[in-house]
Structures are given as C-alpha cells and as structure tokens.
Design a protein around this ligand. Structure first.
Ligand SMILES: [Zn+2]
Length: 275
C-alpha cells in the first residue's frame, strides 16, 4: 500500500484566511477530477485522481500567474469498469450534483475562475462534466471552464465539441506530445501512459511484481468501441482491468503529462493577456 497525498499543496492545507486572501487577489483555481476505479493488477485504483492532481500541481508550477489547486473531486462515473473489484460506482445524478456543489462552493468563496482538469475517459462521466460546465456558464459564470481532457482520447471530438467552444480553455497539441517511443499497442486504460505517469509521480503505489511481464492486450479499434458499451464487454475483453500495454518502452513517457501541463499553463497565461 503506497502513499499518494492527494490533499497536500491544495486548498485543503491552506487556512480559511489564506483562501479568502487568494480569492481577493483574483487567483484562479485548478480543480482536479478523477475517479476511483480498477486499473489492472499493477496500478492503484486512484490513478485518475492522482494524475489529475499531479497535472494541476505541474500546471500551477509552470504558470506565470498565481493559481491554487482545489482538493480533488474523485467520485465520478465508471460505466465500463464500475463493477470491477476496487471501483466505486457513482450514479450520474450524484456525480453531477456533487460536482455542482463543489464548483458553487468555490464561486461562493469568491473564485470566479474555476478550471476543470479531468483525467478519465468514460463517456458518461465526460458528458456529466460538460453538462455541469454548461449549466455554470448559463448562470453567467464564464470563468468556469474545462482545461484538460487527454488529447489522445479525442474527448473534444467524442463530445461533439469544437475546439472553439467556450466550455474549453483552448490549447493546441505540440509536436513534443508525440515525441515519445510507443509500443504500438492500442491502449486507453492502465496502459503505458498511465503506468509511466504513476511510476514517475507516485512510485510507491505501483505493484512492480504484478507489472513485470504483464502482457499487452491485443485489442483493436472495433474492440475499443465494444469495450465502451460497458460492464459485460469490459469483462470479456479486459478481464484483468487494463486495455493496452502496461509496460512503457520509453523511460521518458511520463513527460507526456509534463508537456501537457506546460502547454496548458501557457494557454492559461496567454488567455489572460488577451482579455
Ligand atoms: Zn485511468
């Protein structure tokens, strides 16, 4: 059992007056969003929440203006692996109401800029996020926006959004994101990317004995479409709870997350100068 202090360097470790002063200064808030979900025999169930929180810390580090990180929201929707051991299965309406309450609380605390950073590919979960952000913006809260959903999952396209949609902070992928050596195995879950990130940032949460020699799945795009239909398909196609090659071949693959943090920090800072 490893450690991953999800609350350190977030609002949870600030005092109430420190938070009030940050709101006075017009500081932006990064809100990490993940789930608790089975991630194969090798990665911790908190992988998505941990990577989202780490991304927020990295974005804050690279930003040229002051940002703070909210305590992570990690009770999201797991339509595909929700019934696997270790997963928490949260109903869409519960997740939506909870996230709304979290954002409302940040706004009530005086923060007008709330940026969602979500590392989880489940479609129902992402539709929930979109619905919540749209509802916030419909109340005139244009500063509540979605900063990150992994580009490699094509989430913008899958949600039918344009890159110019006001729910997004717009950022463009750079060649640096593709400058890594990949296994060539189709992967979307507990795969080489997620292993690389967790090994780098939360090394003592990985079961290295389980990881060593763990074979890649050999699934196709057609399998992925079937897999996304939910529990039964996931049981059949990924009985071990991972989709892809769990073993990265590029020791620098973790930098994929770091590069995205740099790009998003730059997008946020550039974004403000334009306003
Ligand atoms: Zn994940």
């Amino acid at each position: 059992m490893g450690s991953a202090p999800l609350l350190s360097d977030t609002m949870a470790t600030m005092t109430a007056p420190q938070i009030a002063q940050a709101a006075e200064r017009g500081v932006g808030v990064l809100l990490p969003i993940g789930v608790m979900e089975a991630h194969g025999p090798h990665l911790p169930t908190g992988t998505d929440a941990m990577l989202a929180t780490q991304l927020c810390q990295s974005i804050r580090g690279y930003a040229t203006r002051e940002l703070i990180v909210a305590p992570p929201y990690y009770w999201g929707i797991n339509g595909i692996l929700g019934r696997f051991a270790g997963s928490f299965n949260i109903r869409a309406e519960t997740a939506e109401m909870l996230l709304t309450d979290v954002i409302d609380s940040l706004v009530a605390n005086g923060f007008s800029e709330v940026l969602l950073v979500s590392h989880h590919g489940d479609m129902a979960h992402n539709q929930m996020l979109l619905k919540v952000v749209r509802a916030q913006q419909a109340q005139g809260r244009s500063g509540v926006r979605w900063l990150y959903a992994p580009a490699r999952w094509k989430m913008i396209e899958r949600l039918g959004l344009s890159a110019h949609d006001p729910v997004w902070v717009r950022w463009m992928p750079t060649p640096a994101l593709d400058a890594f050596k990949l296994t060539g195995i189709l992967g979307v879950h507990a795969d080489e990317f997620e292993t690389a990130g967790i090994v780098r940032y939360f090394p003592d949460t990985v079961d290295y004995d389980a990881l060593r020699g763990l074979p890649p799945t050999r699934l196709t795009v057609a399998d992925l479409i079937e897999w996304r239909t939910g529990d039964a398909a996931a049981r059949k196609l990924t009985p071990d709870g991972y989709f892809g090659d769990p073993n990265p071949i590029d020791p620098d693959l973790w930098r994929h997350f770091d590069e995205q943090a740099r790009i998003m920090a730059a997008a946020l800072c550039q974004d403000q100068t334009q306003e």
